[in-house]
Design a binder for this molecule. Structure first.
Ligand code: C2O
Ligand code: CU
Ligand code: CU
Length: 495
């Protein structure tokens, strides 16, 4: 019998049980162990680029995350999570059916489409109902996703499985020299963390700590699987990393420090790959990287603990980002084999990405946003007292439009975060990060973005070119889902 480890009160306790959780496993690779592991699976692809149709059915099901134990889950077209919807620029009709017993919505996170089709809190699909938005996709190749966005139930719905991936392609990846063989050298990786009870069932019980810091689980799932292994060709492999966790911020690196070549951010390709040994990915963000497995050695993608959910209160969290402490834990292991020949063996030099090049002279209006946790800036006894989540002193309200923006405008938003680092997301728009705490942005934030981690303060230049009226406004919010549900969200029109 193996041992199961839990994170409790900042320490490790071991309990005997039949499973071994991913989190806190020692990130050293045991080859014998790797060969015993389950192969990583990839979501089925719906190739909507051929049909123009995006059929999604929200359904209840059960999933065996831990052998022999069924957990109640939700998914789209399947028991847990959804398919990967592949699109190219063109017209689409989605067909969303809700066969669950709770209201759901499907927000297309990363699609820059009109408010009526956005799938936010105003486009709820009640049980037994159907929603059929039509929209035109006209944007750069990238990796968006979709997820539930019912106000107050986003955290629980996404946690239960109401999320899925998307790929926007222009069919030119061969010309770019990029891997594009889905599930072989182009891997869609949905990173999440979950908690399982003593019997091995997935549970969502955020409690006071989870409501304030955002919920963190004690186990890591990739594409809904725990402790799996991805088998890759001995060449260049592309990973589309999607942080689909409720609150966990991943600080990713390979245990052997092999480079990660960043090729795309939320909104599309960079102009050239950027070599990184650590990549930070906050909830809602996506990053595409290339990793070289030519040496044939097994490798392990690891993460450092989330500086937002550390021990010892909130004091010092900002510093912990600057000087991360704690041991890395496993996210996913890779075995390089000859099962599939390597198609790509070189990191391309030029991606000809469409890099943001806005500047201050383009700005039509300046705004400031402060992401607040209801305590002012004070603290009591090193912990939060369960105050209100808000932006600029106001907690989200469905019937209050917070701002109005003009289509075609470029606005400069200065966003500041109190107490924790908060991933800030804007619907229906795309932005360039101008500064982070007064400095030029980190590599992860140099391309087009729709979500950015605010660790103290950032300035962004936002481009608005789609419309949203008062009946179906866009949202801006913290993508720590517990914060969003508790009101760290506002809404805006674009006219
Ligand atoms: Cu990914 Cu408004 O959310
Ligand atoms: Cu969004
Ligand atoms: Cu937040």
């Amino acid at each position: 019998m193996r041992r199961r480890t839990f994170l409790a009160g900042g320490g490790l306790i071991a309990a005997s049980a039949g499973v071994s959780y991913t989190l806190l496993r020692n990130p050293s690779i045991d080859l014998a162990d790797l060969s015993q592991r389950e192969q990583l699976r990839f979501p089925e692809v719906i190739d909507a680029s051929k049909t123009g149709k995006i059929p999604l059915q929200a359904q209840a099901g059960s999933t065996e995350f831990i052998r022999g134990v069924q957990s109640k889950t939700l998914g789209f077209n399947q028991d847990y999570l959804g398919p990967v919807v592949k699109v190219k620029n063109g017209s689409y009709q989605a067909d969303v059916t809700n066969t669950t017993s709770q209201p759901i919505s499907v927000h297309w996170h990363g699609l820059i489409i009109p408010g009526v089709a956005d799938g936010g809190p105003h486009q709820v699909v009640l049980p037994g109902q159907n929603w059929r938005p039509e929209f035109e996709i006209k944007q750069d190749p990238s990796t968006p996703w979709f997820h539930n966005h019912v106000h107050g139930q986003t955290a629980s719905g996404v946690y239960a499985g109401l999320a899925g991936g998307m790929i926007i392609t222009d069919g030119l990846d061969d010309q770019r020299g990029l891997p594009s063989n889905y599930g072989v050298d182009d891997l869609y990786l949905i990173l999440q963390d979950k908690t399982f009870d003593a019997s091995g069932r997935m549970v969502y019980r955020p409690g006071m700590d989870g409501m304030t810091h955002g919920f963190s689980g004690d186990s890591i799932l990739v594409n809904g699987q725990m402790n799996s292994v991805a088998t890759v060709p001995k060449g260049i492999v592309r990973m589309r990393l999607l942080n689909g966790a409720n609150a966990r911020i991943f600080s990713l690196s390979f245990s052997d420090n092999r480079p990660m070549h960043l090729i795309a951010t939320d909104g599309g390709y960079l102009d050239t790959p950027k070599e990184l040994t650590e990549l930070r990915l906050a909830p809602g963000e996506r990053a595409e990287i290339l990793v070289d497995f030519e040496d044939g050695n097994p490798a392990m993608l690891t993460s450092l603990p989330d500086a937002n959910s550390g021990m010892g209160g909130m004091m010092g969290r900002f510093q912990r980002f600057a000087n991360m402490v704690g041991s890395p834990f496993e996210v996913l292991s890779f075995a390089a084999t000859d099962d599939n020949p390597a198609r790509i063996t070189k990191i391309p030099k030029d991606l000809a990405g469409n890099m943001p090049s806005l500047n201050n002279s383009d700005v039509t209006l300046n705004r400031e946003f402060s992401l607040e946790m209801g305590m002012g800036n004070g603290m009591m006894g090193g912990g939060m007292m369960g105050g209100e989540m808000a932006i600029n002193g106001r907690s989200f309200h469905m019937s209050r439009i917070d701002i109005g923006v003009k289509s075609g405008d470029i606005e400069k938003w200065k966003i500041s975060a109190s107490l924790l680092a908060h991933p800030f997301h804007i619907h229906g728009a795309i932005f360039q990060v101008l500064t982070e705490n007064g400095n030029s942005p980190r590599a992860e934030n140099t391309g087009w973005k729709d979500t950015v981690l605010i660790n103290q303060e950032a300035e962004i230049l936002v481009r608005f070119n789609q419309r949203a009226d008062v009946k179906s406004p866009y949202m801006y919010h913290c993508h720590i889902l517990e914060h969003e549900d508790q009101g760290m969200m506002g809404q805006f029109t674009v006219s």
